[in-house]
Design a protein around this ligand. Structure first.
Ligand code: HEC
Length: 242
C-alpha cells in the first residue's frame, strides 16, 4: 500500500468509528511508525569463516517513507555495523551501547560525510581508522578536527579538498569527532547501503572463536507535519565465526 492509500484507510477507519459511536468525526492523531528493517542475508544458521567476504542484504519497510522492494528507500540512508566480539557473553553489553555508534553514523550519513569517508578504506577522503591513528597522541585533536570539519580544507592528506560544512552545529560535530577518534583502538566497521559485502577479520591465533554482531539500521524522515520526530528501525543478528 502506498503512503497516501494508507493515510486514506486510516482516515476512513477513524471516520467510520466516530460515526458508529454517534460522535462528530474526531481529528486523527497520526503517529510516525517505526521502520521495519530486516537482514535477509547472511543467515544465522551458518558460522562465518575468518578473513572472507560475506555478502549481505537488507530490506526496509516504513509506512511513511516506503518500501525498499519498490525502490522507495534511499540506499545510502541504510547502514550496517559488523562488530566482532571475542565472546557471546559480551553481546548484551554491546547492544546496550549500540546507539553510541548509530547516532554519529546517522549524523554523518545525513550530511554526506560517508560518500567520501569509510571505516577502513580510502574513498575520496582518508579512512576513519587512519584519521584516528594520526591524532591518537594529539591533545588538540578534538578542537582542531571540529573546526576543520566545519570550515573544510586541504593539504594534510593530499591535494584533495574537503568541502566546508557550515550548516552543522558544533555540538553535533563534536559528537562525530569523539566517535572518529575512537576508531583507532576499537573500530566499528560499518557499511553504507542495502547490499554489499562484509570483510570478516583475520583470526589472531589458530584457536580464535567469537561472534559477529550485525546491526542493520534505518532512520526514517518523520511525518511531514513533524519531520524532527524520527524513528529508528533496526535489526540485530549474531553469527558465530570460526
Ligand atoms: C567531498 C568529499 C568529502 C566530504 C563530503 C567530507 N570529507 Fe572529510 N575529508 C575529505 C578529504 C579530501 C580530506 C583530506 C583533507 C586534507 O588533506 O586536509 C578530509 C579530511 C577529513 C578529516 C581529517 C582532517 C585532517 O585535517 O586531518 C576528518 C576528521 C573528516 N574529513 C571528517 C569529515 C566529516 C565528519 C564529514 C561530514 C560532515 C566529511 N569529512 C565530509 C573529503 C570529504
Amino acid at each position: 500500500m502506498t503512503y497516501m492509500q494508507n493515510r486514506l484507510v486510516q482516515f476512513l477507519v477513524i471516520y467510520l468509528l466516530s460515526m458508529i459511536c454517534g460522535m462528530a468525526p474526531i481529528q486523527a492523531q497520526v503517529e510516525n511508525n517505526t521502520p521495519i528493517v530486516k537482514i535477509i542475508q547472511p543467515k544465522t544458521s551458518k558460522p562465518l569463516k575468518w578473513n572472507t567476504l560475506i555478502p549481505y542484504s537488507i530490506t526496509v519497510n516504513d509506512v511513511e517513507d516506503g518500501n525498499s522492494a519498490y525502490e522507495e528507500i534511499t540506499d545510502w540512508e541504510v547502514l550496517l555495523i559488523a562488530k566482532y566480539l571475542k565472546d557471546s557473553s559480551l553481546v548484551k553489553d554491546y547492544l546496550a551501547r549500540i546507539k553510541l555508534d548509530l547516532v554519529p553514523l546517522f549524523a554523518m550519513s545525513k550530511s554526506t560525510c560517508l560518500t567520501c569517508h569509510a571505516a577502513s578504506s580510502k574513498l575520496i577522503g582518508p579512512s576513519f581508522d587512519l584519521i584516528a591513528k594520526r591524532y591518537r597522541e594529539n591533545d588538540r585533536a578534538k578542537t582542531y578536527l571540529t573546526e576543520k570539519i566545519i570550515s573544510g580544507g586541504t593539504g594534510i592528506w593530499g591535494e584533495v579538498k574537503m568541502p566546508p560544512n557550515p550548516d552543522l552545529n558544533k555540538a553535533e560535530v563534536a559528537l562525530i569527532v569523539d566517535w572518529i577518534l575512537k576508531q583507532a583502538d576499537n573500530p566499528t566497521p560499518f557499511y553504507v547501503g542495502m547490499e554489499g559485502a562484509i570483510r570478516a577479520q583475520k583470526a589472531q591465533t589458530n584457536s580464535d572463536i567469537g561472534v559477529y554482531v550485525l546491526t542493520a539500521a534505518y532512520k526514517d524522515h518523520g511525518l511531514t507535519s513533524a519531520p524532527k520526530n524520527q524513528k529508528l528501525g533496526l535489526q540485530t543478528i549474531t553469527l558465530k565465526i570460526r
